[in-house]
Design a protein around this ligand. Structure first.
Ligand SMILES: Nc1ncnc2c1ncn2[C@@H]1O[C@H](COP(=O)(O)OP(=O)(O)O)[C@@H](O)[C@H]1O
Ligand SMILES: [Mg+2]
Length: 306
């Protein structure tokens, strides 16, 4: 089985009766970076909290590596590392002590070699004896990741890892995440930064008001994003697109006065030049034109509006 996490029919009603998740179905593939994108309040943290056993679902099922998280809580939880949205660390402990202690919480035997590797991977090795309170915000965030990796999880959840973080640190974090993926860890990150999803993800899921409204390969989304629309405002009214222009897949506006051509901006042969010639040959004249580009941002905003 290739799914690392398999979620089916998952719902969450909070005590108030508020439905934070509405029958979520979602599969996370082994070894992928999955970005869960959604506005504040969409249900991202709730979903992660359920998978990590912090919150109980109202209905549905979650399998981690084929095992039910409720029936096999200890085994599945030990496979997961969580970097929560809210940072909290033991300020007066050293980096080494904090990260080593975290490993113990999962009942794993001491393994200084592993802790050393984690700290080195996160560029924290020279800070191993520093008290956390003395570290910069970016370093503290890396300590949180080191804690989450201390027990050698196969899955890592990063809940808004770069919220409120400056651009430089954000880029450094992306580097860290890529290194982790290369080591075989499956990564699920939540974000409301489109750029982060664009940069990092193999696949993107969009969640809004407790519902998954889109799941797609990032590259497929980028292809949609690469599309541009050329709108031609016609001089007169056209009843139908002439057959000679069929290859362009033009859209004719309902009023018959606008023709829309969609093309790929990354292609060298956009077809615009030949289209204009063919329109002329077909006797269609236009008075004006404009182009618009759909961005992931626009796609996202239009998806989560309502
Ligand atoms: N403990 C709780 N009790 C009641 N409502 C909650 C609780 N936690 C979260 N919510 C509500 O559930 C919705 C989803 O919250 P959350 O999962 O934190 O969203 P996100 O992480 O996407 O911002 C929000 O409307 C939030 O106010
Ligand atoms: Mg959240």
């Amino acid at each position: 089985m290739s799914s690392m996490i398999s979620i089916s029919g998952l719902s969450k009603a909070y005590a108030s009766g508020f439905m934070a998740l509405k029958s979520i179905d979602l599969d996370i593939k082994r070894g992928e970076i999955f970005a869960l994108l959604g506005p504040n309040g969409a249900g991202k943290t709730t979903l992660i909290s359920i998978i990590c056993g912090i919150t109980n679902p109202s209905a549905g099922q979650v399998l981690v590596d084929g095992r039910d998280i409720r029936r096999d809580y200890r085994a599945t939880r030990a496979m997961i590392g969580l970097v929560p949205q809210e940072l909290h660390t033991d300020a007066f402990e050293t980096v080494w002590a904090t990260v080593s202690f975290s490993r113990g919480l999962f009942g794993k035997p001491r393994n200084p070699t592993h802790i050393e590797k984690v700290l080195k991977d996160l560029s924290l090795w020279d800070k191993k004896d520093s008290k956390i309170v003395t570290l910069s915000g970016g370093m503290k965030r890396r300590v949180m990741i080191a804690k989450a990796l201390s027990h050698e999880p196969q899955v890592l959840f990063l809940d808004e890892p770069t919220a409120g973080v400056d651009v430089e640190l954000r880029k450094a974090m992306w580097g860290v995440v890529r290194t982790l993926r290369a080591s075989g860890v499956t990564i699920i990150l939540t974000t409301h930064y489109i750029e982060e999803a664009e940069e990092m993800a193999d696949r993107v899921g969009v969640i809004n008001k407790g519902e998954i409204i889109l799941v797609d390969e990032k590259t497929a989304l980028m292809q949609k994003l690469g599309k541009k629309r050329l709108k031609l405002h016609l001089q007169g009214k056209v009843e139908a697109i002439p057959a000679t222009l069929a290859a362009y897949n033009l859209e004719l506006a309902a009023d018959g006065r606008q023709v829309i051509y969609t093309y790929d901006t990354r292609s060298e042969h956009t077809g615009i030049t030949s289209l204009l010639g063919d329109l002329r040959a077909a006797g269609i004249r236009f008075s004006d034109l404009d182009t618009t580009q759909s961005s992931l941002e626009e796609i996202f905003v239009s998806l989560v509006r309502t």
